[in-house]
Design a protein around this ligand. Structure first.
Ligand SMILES: [Fe+2]
Ligand SMILES: [Fe+2]
Length: 283
């Protein structure tokens, strides 16, 4: 019985749309030594909605650039192709999933707010801990619960049962999912991330963000998404369907190596950046 559901989930991952062609083109350019800012900006401007969001994000408080950036070419030179590609991945994923209709009672608006909240919180934690690429962590945070969307769209009846059970029992969603599906949303999300050819780091952030499976190697990036998820639930930034605020594992704080007395400043910055990000990404 459970095996069938897991198989259904995997086949539903196969049915999911692929990432927009623009993302694939950027990935190819990233591997080319001859890529120029003009070639990259030509690819992004093929999708005006994405181009506008990328520019708005570049000009947001995340980057605190001293002057407003008016064109993509300039943004690419300043931020680099990898960061721009991350922004394209984030904006195109939200756009793509919003175009898929679902009758599920799950609140999609709140789900995206939770995803943006986790992305912002994980990014702020990554900056505070001086990680190499806070943008990669932002992407991992934004996609951390993407497996729930796959369930909501393709396994509606069972997913509704999961959501109702969590609402009544207050149990963590991954526990209820394992009981009903035989696997949880981190597994489904990982399958989708692999299908999309996302980086191993992103796959790991999605797969281990609950830190429930004792992965062999816990990275600072995974720890940032793990704590970011807890913080945005505690701060009620959207909702991913959990009834209770999960406890962030002490191990995550230790790996990230952040002073606890920084927490007030961290929360203030999350709050400010969250509101701005929702306006940009949801517009
Ligand atoms: Fe999750
Ligand atoms: Fe979450």
């Amino acid at each position: 019985m459970k095996t069938n559901k897991v198989e259904n989930i995997i086949s539903s991952v196969d049915r999911l749309p692929t990432l927009p062609i623009i993302y694939t083109k950027l990935t190819n350019l990233l591997q080319s030594p001859n890529a120029t800012a003009k070639m990259i900006s030509d690819v992004i401007t093929e999708d005006q909605a994405i181009a506008v969001r990328v520019l708005n994000l570049v000009n947001s408080a995340f980057y605190s650039l001293p002057q407003k950036i008016g064109n993509l070419k300039h943004a690419i030179v300043i931020l680099g192709l990898n960061q721009i590609r991350n922004l394209v991945l984030v904006t195109s994923t939200i756009k793509m999933f919003k175009e898929i209709k679902s009758d599920s009672s799950f609140d999609m608006q709140k789900f995206w707010e939770h995803s943006i909240g986790c992305a912002v919180a994980a990014r702020v934690l990554a900056e505070t801990a001086y990680l190499k690429s806070p943008d990669d962590v932002f992407t991992g945070g934004l996609l951390h619960d993407i497996g729930k969307l796959v369930h909501a769209i393709y396994l509606q009846e069972d997913f509704t049962a999961v959501v109702d059970d969590v609402r009544e029992s207050g149990l963590p969603m991954i526990e209820v999912e394992k009981r009903i599906f035989g696997c949880d949303h981190t597994y489904t999300g990982k399958e989708l991330a692999i299908k999309w050819n996302l980086s191993q780091g992103t796959v790991d952030m999605i797969r281990h963000h609950h830190m429930s499976d004792n992965p062999a190697e816990l990275t600072k990036e995974i720890s940032a998404v793990h704590i970011g998820n807890t913080l945005c639930i505690a701060l009620s930034l959207g909702s991913g369907g959990e009834k209770k605020v999960p406890v962030a594992q002490m191990k995550a704080w230790e790996i990230l190596d952040i002073e606890m007395n920084n927490l007030e400043t961290i929360i203030e910055r999350i709050d400010r950046l969250f509101n701005e990000s929702v306006v940009i990404l949801e517009s």
